[in-house]
Structure formats: structure tokens, C-alpha cells
Ligand binder design. Structure first.
Ligand SMILES: NC(=O)c1ccc[n+]([C@@H]2O[C@H](COP(=O)([O-])OP(=O)(O)OC[C@H]3O[C@@H](n4cnc5c(N)ncnc54)[C@H](OP(=O)(O)O)[C@@H]3O)[C@@H](O)[C@H]2O)c1
Length: 325
């Protein structure tokens, strides 16, 4: 079946029933909270949500009981143990085990208790370190992974493969989406373990508040990266749930590359820091380019809507309202 055939086969399923029971796993996280907002905005009325404390998804018995009682019709799996390079290298056992447990429990019991369709979320770290740029879906398992997060990546690859295996063996509608770097409301602005974009926003904000003269950023600023607003991602997740049913996982990116330098200057401007931005080129730059090839999704008819500037303005407003001390 081609992607387009698959898309038409799936069209009209969940979209036709706005009271369908949908379990969003991880609904308090960056991705899960955006998916909940999007589902509600387009009229879905019957969402099932459980916090980590209410339902530990690593607990197989608890997940089984949950599915046997609640019997959701659709599942979006946005719960995961996520973290940066430092956390991944310090806790490799946690990253591989917790993620394998969460996804194995949720995917398997979703299937066993009659869920019609499940969407699994992974990330661009599933691809080989030296994948061609932009990275097509077909680059999966064609070379060695980036060693710093291979534990997490291996778990996510297993999640994609589980969805494929259940599709093949049970003819069950499990699909996977692989987003690029995300940002937006509910992002992690922690001073030590946040991603580059929220880390820059926090640092410029603190420098503005304290009246600092400069902000020093590691590297030369030359690496190229791709960012997608989490509300765009959530829109694509609902789009895929409603319109896609295929074996292949689907990349979700903005298709727009920005250098770290351009990003830092834009964040500086949005935050309103008027001091100097200094590059410490004695520090490492990281991989020179990382961009997803999202043409599969474009061919299915979806495209992002939020510009980086607009997305940053909204995210900074959210930061001011929710995070700053
Ligand atoms: N952020 C990005 O830039 C990005 C990019 C690409 C892909 N993704 C993917 O999107 C997915 C979600 O990421 P995110 O950024 O939204 O992460 P996040 O903000 O950390 O959210 C993850 C959610 O999962 C929950 N969770 C973790 N362990 C759990 C458990 N054992 N039982 C129940 N709930 C549990 C967390 O709850 P607690 O906080 O209470 O533990 C949290 O609500 C991941 O698969 C990730 O790979 C994210």
C-alpha cells in the first residue's frame, strides 16, 4: 500500500467521531500538553488523562488494569523519559529501561484491549550519526547512532519496530511520528539540563533582569539546526491520527534550517536583552547540520504554520507567565 492509499484508507476514521475516547499518555509534558490543546481545539471531547503519579506507565500491572477498565479507542503515546546529553550519559540504564517499559506496556495493552489506533512518538535521535542531510525516513538503521544518546535512541527504534510488528502480525493500526527539535509552552527551562533554545531564552532573560553586559555562548554558532513549534507538532499528530495509516514512521519537521548564531540573535531580540552576545569558539560546536526530510508528511498534505519568530514570542510570554522567578 502506498502512503497516499494508506492515507485515504484511514481518512474519516477518528475524525468522524469527536466523542471517541482518546488516551494521551504524558499529557503534562511539552508534547502531550500541546496534543491535548490541539485535540480540544478541534472538538474532541472525550480525552482520558493520567498523570505519572496516577498511573506509572512502567508498571505493567497498573497499565493492564487501566486499559481493561478505561478501554480507550485511540492512544497517543507522548510519555517518555527524556533528557539531554548529560542525563543520557549519567543514567543510560534508566533511559533504555524506562522507555522500553513505558512503550512496551502501552503498545501491548492498547492492542490487547481493543484500541483501534495508536500513534507512537519518537525523535530524530533514532537516525545514524552520519545520516544523509536532510534525513529521510529510510536512513533508519543504516549506520551507528550518536553514542551520547544511543540508549534512548535504541528504545525509540524498538518502539517504531513494535508498531510495525503489531501492524504486520495483527493488522493493527499502530503508526509512529518522529519530530525534530521542539519548543514552546511547557518546555523545560532548567538551568543545567535544558535544550539549546529554552537555555538561550533563560540566559538572555536572566542577563536582561540582572543588567549583565554580555552573554557567552559555547561554540562558533555555525551549526545548523531545525526547530518546530510544539503546537505545529500537535497539529501534525492529530493530522496523522486522522489521515495516515502506514508501516513507515513519518518525520515531522519545519523544513527550515537556522544557524545557532541566527537563533541566538533572534532569541536575544525577542527577550529584549541589549547587551553583547559573545561566542566562545574554544568550546565544541556539535554536529554541523541536522535537518529532517519531512517530504513524506508534505506529500500527505500537512505543513507547519508557526514562524520561528512568532513561536519564540509566544514561548517567551509563556516563560514570563510560568517560569521566571
Ligand atoms: N522535546 C523535544 O524537543 C522532542 C523532540 C522530538 C521528539 N520528542 C518526543 O516527544 C515525546 C515527549 O517528549 P516531551 O518533550 O514532551 O517530554 P516531557 O516534557 O518530559 O514529557 C514527558 C511526559 O511523560 C511523562 N512520563 C515520564 N515517565 C512516565 C511514567 N513512567 N509514567 C507515566 N508518565 C510518565 C512525564 O511525566 P513526569 O514529568 O511527571 O515524569 C511527562 O509528562 C518523547 O517521546 C520525545 O522523544 C520530543
Amino acid at each position: 500500500m502506498t502512503l497516499t492509499d494508506a492515507a485515504s484508507a484511514a481518512a474519516g476514521s477518528v475524525a468522524a467521531d469527536k466523542s471517541a475516547k482518546i488516551f494521551v499518555a504524558g499529557h503534562r509534558g511539552l508534547v502531550g500538553s500541546a496534543v491535548v490543546r490541539r485535540l480540544q481545539n478541534v472538538g474532541y471531547t472525550n480525552l482520558i488523562l493520567r498523570s505519572h503519579t496516577e498511573l506509572d506507565l512502567t508498571n505493567q500491572a497498573a497499565v493492564k488494569t487501566f486499559f481493561s477498565i478505561e478501554k480507550p479507542q485511540y492512544v497517543i503515546l507522548a510519555a517518555a523519559k527524556v533528557g539531554g546529553i548529560h542525563a543520557n550519559s549519567t543514567y543510560p540504564a534508566d533511559f533504555i529501561t524506562v522507555n522500553l517499559q513505558i512503550q512496551t506496556n502501552v503498545i501491548d495493552y492498547a492492542y490487547r484491549y481493543g484500541v483501534k489506533k495508536l500513534l507512537f512518538l519518537g525523535s530524530s535521535c533514532i537516525y545514524p550519526k552520519h545520516a544523509p542531510q536532510p534525513i529521510p525516513e529510510s536512513a533508519l538503521l543504516t549506520g551507528p547512532l550518536e553514542p551520547t544518546n544511543e540508549w534512548y535512541a535504541v528504545a525509540k527504534i524498538a518502539g517504531i519496530k513494535m508498531c510495525q510488528a503489531y501492524r504486520i502480525q495483527y493488522k493493527w493500526d499502530a503508526i509512529s511520528a518522529m519530530p525534530t527539535n521542539l519548543y514552546g509552552p511547557n518546555d523545560n527551562f532548567h538551568p543545567e539540563n535544558s535544550h539549546v533554545l529554552p537555555a538561550l531564552m533563560r540566559r538572555f532573560h536572566e542577563a536582561k533582569v540582572t543588567g549583565a553586559k554580555e552573554v557567552v555562548v559555547w561554540g562558533t554558532g555555525s551549526p545548523l539546526r531545525e526547530f518546530l513549534h510544539v503546537d505545529d507538532l500537535a497539529d501534525s499528530v492529530v493530522f496523522l491520527l486522522e489521515n495516515y495509516s502506514g508501516l513507515e514512521h513519518v518525520n515531522v519537521g519545519s523544513g527550515k534550517e537556522v544557524s545557532i548564531k541566527e537563533l541566538a540573535e533572534l532569541v536575544k531580540e525577542v527577550v529584549g536583552f541589549e547587551g553583547e552576545l559573545v561566542w566562545d569558539s574554544s568550546k565544541p560546536d556539535g554536529t554541523p547540520r541536522k535537518l529532517m526530510d519531512s517530504s513524506t508528511l508534505a506529500k500527505l498534505g500537512w505543513e507547519p504554520k508557526i514562524s520561528l519568530r512568532d513561536g519564540l514570542v509566544g514561548t517567551y510570554q509563556w516563560y514570563l507567565n510560568n517560569v521566571k522567578q
